[in-house]
Design a binder for this molecule. Structure first.
Ligand code: DQA
Length: 147
């Protein structure tokens, strides 16, 4: 089983950016942890990040036939990118949307996700653990212990 973890805009700044909201862990460290968690669970994890909307869409298109699942943090694109939403809908790969922060307790523009309706599910507000929980959900689906 192969999982693509895709990080959107400004997530390369993780560990440096608004650490009160997003925490101290760097993106590099987070990716390392996800790869090693995946290994424990028999899942091959590959990670990518882009600040560019079209590049994220390209990653999603190119994942077809290569990856079984995508874990996606679309960053601020979550709230307004219909192009990213259509990109997700254009591939036959289940996508789990994740957010580090609890977007529902923040500014009202963050309460809307235009991408979530075309995702398999959404995990929000658990910091870097949000990604691990998404990987745990995928592991459970793969093992057939969830429907
Ligand atoms: C975020 C939440 C978004 O609103 C914000 O634009 C981000 C990060 C999160 O992981 O909490 O860049 O996706």
């Amino acid at each position: 089983i192969k999982v693509l973890v895709l990080h959107g805009p400004n997530l390369n700044r993780l560990g440096k950016r608004e650490t009160d909201i997003y925490g101290q862990m760097t993106l590099e460290k987070l990716n390392e942890r996800l790869v090693s968690k995946g290994r424990e669970w028999g899942i091959e994890v590959q990670c990518a990040q882009s600040n560019i909307e079209g590049e994220l869409i390209d990653f999603i298109h190119q994942a077809e036939g290569e990856f079984d699942y995508i874990i996606l943090n679309p960053g601020a694109f979550t709230h307004y990118s219909y192009a990213l939403r259509d990109g997700i809908a254009s591939v036959d790969i289940p996508v789990v949307e994740v957010h580090l922060s609890n977007v529902h307790s923040r500014e009202s523009f963050r309460h809307t996700s235009v991408t979530a309706p075309v995702c398999r599910g959404q995990i929000v507000g658990f910091g870097t653990l949000s990604y691990e929980l998404a990987l745990a959900a995928i592991s459970a689906w793969v093992q057939g212990s969830a429907d």
